[in-house]
Design a protein around this ligand. Structure first.
Ligand SMILES: [Zn+2]
Ligand SMILES: [Zn+2]
Length: 259
């Protein structure tokens, strides 16, 4: 409320409405709206709701009309000496300026309280921001370390898959070797049991040149599946196979089987 504002506010703390029509003024320089004045001052003894002063005097509480009629204004101070007129006017003005001053103080108090609240909120907000920032930094660090772990896993995975491919290649190579040897062995087995022209060459050493040369090469491979391989060989005629790889025995006793 500024000085220019020509309206006072009800001093009842929860009301603070702009006064109009009738108002209740007190000797302790407080003013209330018609509703609160009539309610509060109907009790006895009357107590000011703003400052708790006891208002027991005859003129301690006055219900006054805020916009008096022309007739009232013309008659109320008529006949009084100028100094009394001025005294009355000065007291009325003092009442007004006190109200304005009180309102000013109240506004300043509200402002400073709002500023303090604002500062407190800013402080809380800053703290929250700082903790969020810390949290964010921590999370960024966590992400970076997780990325490192992921890179490490990727590297390991590529290593393992590389090794797997290498093993596969070895396996394919050995499988090919195994298949070719088995095929050869089957051919030799057939040659051993069925009489055919090539059978004669076996004793002369011609067949020996064609097949056994590769056998030691295979045997030196150290393939893990040796047992499997030889069990197959036995079934298909492993004994014949070893006869091929032993030239001295072949020469001497070509048809004696190895046990
Ligand atoms: Zn009121
Ligand atoms: Zn009062």
């Amino acid at each position: 409320m500024s000085i220019c504002d020509d309206t006072l506010l009800c001093n009842f703390s929860k009301c603070r409405t702009k006064l109009s029509g009738f108002a209740w003024v007190t000797a302790c320089s407080h003013v209330f709206c018609d509703q609160h004045g009539s309610g509060e001052f109907s009790r006895s003894p009357a107590i000011c709701p703003a400052c708790s002063s006891a208002l027991s005097g005859k003129l301690d509480i006055v219900r006054t009309e805020l916009s008096p009629s022309e007739e009232y204004k013309a008659m109320v101070l008529a006949g009084l000496r100028p100094d009394i007129v001025l005294d009355i006017s000065a007291r009325a003005l003092a009442f007004w300026s006190y109200q304005v001053h009180q309102e000013h103080m109240y506004q300043e108090y509200s402002l400073s309280r709002a500023e303090a609240q604002l500062k407190q909120m800013e402080k809380v907000l800053t703290q929250q921001n700082q903790s969020r920032e810390l949290e964010l930094t921590g999370m960024r660090g966590e992400i970076a370390s997780l990325k490192k772990v992921m890179e490490e896993y990727k590297r390991k995975y590529s290593e393992v898959s590389e090794r797997l491919m290498e093993r596969n290649r070895q396996y394919q190579k050995l499988q090919g070797l195994y298949d070719s040897l088995r095929l050869r062995n089957m051919v030799v087995g057939v040659g051993d049991t069925l009489p055919q022209p090539g059978h004669h060459d076996f004793n002369t050493g011609m067949a020996r040149q064609a097949t056994p040369q590769r056998s030691p090469q295979f045997l030196s491979m150290g393939y893990d599946g040796d047992s499997r391989f030889f069990s197959c060989l036995e079934a298909d005629g492993a004994k014949t196979f070893f006869q091929f790889s032993s030239p001295t025995r072949e020469r001497g006793q070509p048809f004696i089987k190895k046990h």
